[in-house]
Design a protein around this ligand. Structure first.
Ligand code: 26Q
Length: 829
């Protein structure tokens, strides 16, 4: 024990994890923190007290963790992200800290059910989808691998909206998740930084004759830190912190007006300032060029960099060492303003020479790209920089000038190249291309699957790849097995551990030991029973919340993800209607019963995606009420798909729909979650599906459709969806039904725009080209499902071969290939 921690323990003696200590903590918090006696305490009081009981223990470990970093002067990794989709934390924390069983028993003795208390928690939905959830999985793995690390983001008051369905349509409701308080967070009102906006740049000449820049007359916003502890997995795990920034108006700023007697103006400005951290932008793919989003980005990046520098300066005197002690990972381009910001700090505040500052900056940052879709590539108008961040614009121009000079040296006279590669887009309104800035200012740029990285190098970054071939690399995404198997599927987890022990929880490749058990009748039976019980549980939730009765013996065919044209929920519907027509035209046909389940949110301004949600509901309404169908086909839309509903849905999945147009889904991570839980994928050769295929073998996945290269060629050569429409009578029938109002009685034109976009709008995502192959593939699915033994065998092999897709492997790769840090490996369990 170090003298510091000895000291600490005399102040706050080590709290035990035995039943008596847990009980004492719970009782203490009910009385002293909630001000209740155990009889009058509400479920919410018990929930909060349970969180506090756990939080005490987390904080103890956190305080033990920091001196370890300081003592070893270790390099620290900072993960900067506009989104962290953490989900609920109670079950996760208890399991990771090894306190789940004891807490369950103790609560039981005190008259409470842990499972019910966990349901009280409002999840932290500070993200849209894949990118935000990846950030949360990365945090879990970084700390489980004992990597010194912090996450930095925004403490949005309103996270992802709550999706309700009214008359078959999505309606967004704000979710004020902090309304009843957030027992996980620690407010640090002393960790407060000033963030500047607006103003102008003044020049001066210093004693040495150097020109200096001063950003003056700027408005100030304060960023206050809120810390959420993130527990690693295991009995002696470390604890990390997710530090989220909240905007507070600066007191000086208010005072100016108060002193002038303008009280109302002062309060108005305060409200406006604090709006910066008010709401998450609920869009995951279209670039909304709103000023507030731009402010959010600089706000949190500026606060994070000040905090990082402050921590660095506590142990170091020279900035030369900065890149050896600090790694900053940019989760997409959203925080890439950090590059000119660090340059500004080094040059203007610390008087470093440009070359030196640039070397430090570019060795510190690395950038992960998550999308190739042109509409999602961030660009911001130059005039926005001019007014909000004038000094940053100058620095970006300087970065660009130097970069373009280098390019011209290597490719003299190539004007077209200079235009394409420039950080500034000159056509139309001048804009800053954030992806170009991120590539130029980082030492590594990674894609999130092999295919995505190849396409990234061949398309959006082709010029950069020629210029900086060593900068690009691929690190395929992963998911944390702690949340996505251990926590969400306790029965499967126990079954697996009963056969191969518990090491898989931190060494997921150990699941390979299950391979021989795929032919073991007893294990297969147990595996099947787990799936049946998860299906039964989900069926119960569907019945309770939606009033729909589903047949648990039917195939659970599930597509849950954000609603987007490229993900092709519509292709799934086209198939569904095809099945419906087949039954109607031959009512006596004996068919495999299927339950098709959808879930997902559409961006509030994405009219077309919302129309698809409406179509799903109308199709469901007709099919589910058609007496000819009985329980051979059911369609269910589960509202408000979020991390918590994912945890209920994924373990019950048998057929996982991963059907994006090849070349559009950078990786996907839902595909990994469902396969880990024993689902078989029906999917295209897109994103990580390709690598899942490599791992599970082609017998254990259903692949259909055009490849990314074929799609690319078709796009160039010209593609006519009408050819497919005219050639396939079943397809024609389905589209005609949608277009003519079969699914919209009383408003026959409602779904016309869908058919128009396919037949007259060019079918941008090649649904018609892939339709026939998809339907045929679904027939292969049915044949295999009818052979239950065979299905179970393939299902076990999916779980057994998912080892590669652990976020632990992902973090090890980033650590080795990007951050140059060595995580201590997790202690053997
Ligand atoms: C940008 C500017 C303004 C407003 C919003 C945005 C914005 C926000 C979120 C743009 C994109 C996103 C999110 C993208 C995303 O989630 N991408 C997904 O990332 C996953 C993790 O790598 C991949 O698995 C998915 O394939 C990819 O779609």
């Amino acid at each position: 024990m170090t003298p510091e921690s000895e000291n600490l323990h005399s102040l706050s003696p080590k709290i035990g994890d035995d039943p008596a200590s847990v009980k004492r903590s719970l009782g203490k918090h009910i009385v002293l923190s909630m001000g209740k006696d155990p009889v009058s305490a509400t479920e919410h009081d018990w929930y909060t007290s349970t969180v506090y009981m756990l939080r005490d223990r987390l904080i103890q470990r956190w305080i033990e963790t920091i001196p370890q970093y300081q003592k070893s002067d270790a390099k620290i990794v900072y993960y900067l992200s506009l989104e962290f989709l953490v989900g609920r934390s109670l079950t996760n924390g208890l399991l990771n800290m090894g306190l789940h069983e004891v807490t369950r028993k103790v609560l039981n003795e005190m008259g409470n059910q842990l499972e019910h208390l966990c349901e009280v928690e409002v999840e932290a939905a500070l993200g849209n989808g894949g990118l935000g959830r990846l950030a949360a999985c990365m945090l879990d793995s970084m700390i489980t691998l004992r990597l010194p690390s912090y996450g930095y983001g925004i403490r949005y008051e309103y996270g992802m909206f709550k999706q309700k369905i009214e008359q078959g349509c999505q309606v967004e409701h704000p979710e004020n998740w902090l309304r009843i308080g957030n027992p996980w967070e620690f407010q640090h009102s002393e960790v407060l930084y000033s963030v500047k906006f607006f103003g102008r740049v003044q020049k001066s000449t210093d004693a040495a004759g150097q020109i200096r820049h001063h950003w003056v007359d700027a408005d100030e916003v304060m960023a206050m830190a809120y810390d959420i502890p993130i527990p690693g997995y295991g009995p002696h795990s470390n604890v990390s912190v997710l530090r989220l920034w909240s905007a507070k108006s600066s007191r000086d700023f208010d005072l100016k007006y108060f002193n002038e007697g303008n009280y109302i103006k002062a309060v108005e400005d305060k409200v406006e300032t604090e709006n910066i951290s008010k709401v998450l932008y609920p869009s995951d793919s279209t670039h909304v060029g709103r000023e507030l989003r731009f402010k959010q980005q600089y706000f949190f990046v500026s606060a994070a960099l000040q905090d990082i520098l402050h921590r660095f300066m506590q142990n170091h005197t020279s900035l030369e060492q900065f890149p050896e002690k600090v790694a900053i990972q940019l989760n997409d381009t959203h925080p890439s303003i950090g590059i000119p910001e660090l340059m500004r700090i080094l040059i203007d505040d610390h008087q470093l020479e440009w070359e030196n500052a640039w070397s430090i900056t570019s060795r510190t940052f690395a950038y992960t790209n998550h999308t190739l879709l042109p509409e999602a590539l961030e660009t911001w108008p130059v005039h926005l920089f001019e007014s909000l961040l004038p000094r940053h614009l100058q620095i970006i121009y300087d970065i660009n000038d130097r970069f373009l000079k280098e390019v011209s040296l290597q490719y003299p006279g190539n004007k077209e190249l200079i235009k394409r590669i420039s950080i500034i887009q000159e056509e139309g309104e001048r804009r800053v291309r954030m992806a170009h800035l991120a590539v130029v200012g980082s030492h590594k740029v990674n894609g999130v699957s092999k295919l995505h990285t190849r396409l990234m190098k061949e398309t959006i970054f082709a010029d950069f790849y020629r210029f900086y071939p060593d900068r690009f690399l691929s690190i395929t995404n992963g998911i944390t097995p702690r949340r996505w198997l251990n926590q969400s599927n306790p029965r499967l987890s126990q079954l697996i551990s009963s056969r191969i022990g518990e090491r898989w929880k931190t060494h997921l490749e150990e699941l390979k030991q299950l391979i021989p058990l795929a032919d073991d009748p007893e294990f297969s039976q147990a595996f099947w029973e787990v799936k049946m019980s998860n299906k039964t549980k989900l069926a119960g939730l569907i019945k309770k919340n939606l009033g729909i009765e589903v047949n648990v013996d039917s195939l659970f065919d599930i597509q849950v993800k954000r609603l987007h044209e490229y993900k092709r929920q519509l292709l799934n519907i086209l198939h569904l209607i095809t099945l419906y027509n087949r039954i109607r035209s031959n009512p006596l046909i004996s068919r495999l019963p299927r339950t098709v389940i959808f879930g997902g949110k559409a961006a509030p301004d994405y009219t077309y995606a919302k129309l698809i949600i409406n179509l799903i509901h109308n199709v469901a309404d007709i099919i589910n009420h058609d007496p000819l169908i009985q329980d051979r086909l059911k369609v269910v839309f589960i509202p408000n798909y979020d991390v918590s509903t994912a945890e209920d849905i994924i373990p019950a999945c048998e057929l996982s729909e991963q059907i994006s147009t090849a070349g559009t889904e950078a990786s996907g991570t839902g595909n990994m979650k469902m396969a880990l839980n024993g689902a078989l994928i029906i999917g295209t050769l897109d994103g990580a599906n390709i690598e899942i295929l490599e791992e599970v073998g082609e017998e254990n996945i259903f692949i259909f459709g055009l490849t990314a290269d074929r799609i690319g060629k078709l796009r160039k050569e010209g593609y006519d969806p009408n050819v497919y429409y005219n050639a396939n009578p079943e397809l024609k029938q389905v589209l005609d039904m949608i277009g003519s109002g079969f699914f919209s009685p009383g408003s026959s034109d409602r779904f016309r725009p869908i058919v128009d976009s396919l037949l007259r709008g060019g079918d941008r995502y090649f649904l018609l080209a892939d339709f026939e192959s998809y339907v045929a593939c679904q027939e292969r699915v049915e044949t295999v499902y009818q052979n239950r033994r065979e299905w179970i065998r393939r299902s076990i092999l999916n779980t057994a071969n998912m080892g590669k897709f652990s976020s632990d492997r992902v973090v090890q790769e980033y650590a080795e290939k990007i951050w140059n840090v060595r995580p201590y490996s997790a202690p053997p369990s």
